[in-house]
Design a protein around this ligand. Structure first.
Ligand code: NDP
Ligand code: 2IT
Length: 446
């Protein structure tokens, strides 16, 4: 393997001790772009990889707020502004107790290449907090968001850094964050956040975009291999934003989605999931997925998440969180005849699971490419905000389809060009990397 790549991977491990998630993603990306480095020695001369793995700026801050009982609570806030070579930093905010610097950096690093792949002018960033939204009242969520933005606002802007949602941050949170930003700036800069509500600058189809995009991408991949979604049995983990709209589009494509989950456990419904019921429980009531089995007699609930991959299916779409599908799960899925595994979440498959999936010739749709529809549509929201205009659902959805198609085609072709035909992971990393690397080359040592 390329010596320069190996040295940088070792340097990252040495200089960022304990940041396992970040190490893993650096290893995944850099290993797969090694053939590009072999061909382009000029990148090493300007220490391009050393610069690429170091965020341009990392902001860490205190988020104090007062809960409903009058107690003072303190959380950690983060924004990692990783790379602005091709556009303003862009990426979601995650509110989850597991959030730490390593997770922020892994997500920010992934985002650089994902955003590059979309073909739109957006750099890479990510942020969030270890705040746990579960069980909090609406007032507590609002107070937390306002305090978070009271520090974050000075670091972001529609031409600087544009956050959006991720785990634990949806339309409600973006609304509170935007309200506070506008108040602090005294200026209506709608393009500073994406995933906004439709009454104040949001884009039609942004809510659906990640899940729909995943289905557009994977159906193209299936088609290329002589298959489609019609009549297929599908398992989708999670029941949040990405999972919900992946289920919706899979059903529209004629598949039978038999299972979904949340962080407590999963439901299996051999008759096919009733999506209205899932939405009623998760979106409207903010309840737990086990309530699905209480309401529908054909369904069973199992405590714990990992077991979802023991359900026999043709297509598996992990859409909950990182490292949720490990080697053991991959082995079980493959033994049960799975034909495609598509990553809706960020880094849901462990590196060992990916190796096993690819070694067994099962189609593998990597996250950066397959879930890029969300951020791509965020960039379309920014474009509409700049124009002070909004497009129809159909127009945005068609653009999303085109973007997913171009990501698929470019990744497939790059894999072939660099001697890894059929490996979309290598292909998408190469495409994403090359645009950023060339932009960095052109902009000098910065
Ligand atoms: P949501 O918060 O809407 O949903 C997350 C879902 O995953 C929930 O069902 C949640 O369960 C479950 N979950 C969260 N953490 C864990 C965990 N540690 N173990 C098991 N289940 C868990 O988030 P999104 O749907 O927006 O995000 C899902 C994934 O997709 C993330 O990896 C995110 O980074 C990625 N992604 C999101 C995009 C977007 O546009 N939103 C775009 C691209 C990628 P519970 O209800 O119990 O919390
Ligand atoms: O991981 C992701 O791509 C997202 N959470 C969406 C980011 C965005 O800016 O829309």
């Amino acid at each position: 393997m390329n010596k320069y790549v190996q040295e940088v991977i070792e340097k990252v491990k040495r200089e960022n001790p304990g940041e396992t998630e970040f190490h893993n993603t650096v290893k995944e990306v850099l290993t797969s772009i090694a053939p590009v480095l072999d061909k382009n020695p000029q990148f090493q001369k300007v220490a391009l990889l050393e610069r690429l793995v170091e965020p341009e700026r990392t902001i860490m801050f205190r988020v104090p707020w007062i809960d409903d009982k009058g107690n003072v609570q303190i959380n950690k806030g983060y924004r990692v502004q990783f790379n602005s070579a091709i556009g303003p930093y862009k990426g979601g905010l995650r509110f989850h107790p597991s959030v730490n610097l390593s997770i922020m950096k892994f997500l920010g690093f992934e985002q650089i290449f994902k955003n590059s792949l979309t073909t739109l002018p957006i750099g890479g960033g990510k942020g969030g907090s270890d705040f746990n939204p579960k069980g909090k009242s609406d007032t507590e969520i609002m107070h937390f968001c306002q305090s978070f933005m009271t520090e974050l606002f000075r670091h972001i802007g529609q031409d600087t850094d544009v956050p959006a949602g991720d785990i634990g941050v949806g339309g409600r949170e973006i609304g509170y964050l935007y309200g506070q930003y506008k108040r602090l700036r005294n200026s209506y800069e709608a393009g500073v956040l994406t995933g906004k509500g439709l009454t104040y600058g949001g884009s039609l189809a942004r809510t659906e975009a990640t899940g729909y995009g995943l289905l557009y991408f994977t159906s193209m991949y299936l088609k290329d291999n002589g298959m489609d979604y019609k009549g297929k049995t599908v398992v989708i983990s999670g029941s949040g934003n990405v999972a919900t709209y992946a289920i919706e589009k899979a059903q529209e494509f004629g598949a039978k989605v038999v299972a979904c989950s949340d962080s407590n456990g999963y439901v299996y419904d051999p008759e096919g999931l009733d999506l209205d019921l899932v939405k009623e429980i998760k979106e409207v009531r903010r309840g737990r997925i086990k309530e699905y089995a209480e309401a529908k007699s054909s369904a069973t609930y199992t405590e714990g998440c990992k077991g979802i991959w023991t359900i026999k299916c043709d297509i598996a779409l992990p859409c909950a969180t990182q490292q949720e599908l490990d080697l053991e799960a991959a082995k079980t899925l493959i033994a049960n005849g799975v034909k495609l595994i598509g990553e809706g979440a960020n880094m849901p498959c462990t590196l060992e699971a990916i190796e096993y999936i690819q070694a067994n010739n099962v189609l593998f749709a990597p996250a950066k490419a397959a879930n890029a529809g969300g951020v791509a549509t965020s960039a379309l929201e920014m474009a509409q905000n700049s124009m002070r205009y909004s497009w129809s659902f159909e127009k945005v959805d068609n653009k999303l389809k085109d973007i997913m198609c171009s990501i698929y085609t470019a990744s497939k072709e790059a894999a072939k060009e660099y001697g890894h035909e059929g490996d979309l992971l290598v292909g998408c990393n190469i495409v994403g990397f090359l645009k950023v690397a060339n932009a960095m080359m052109a902009q000098g040592i910065v």
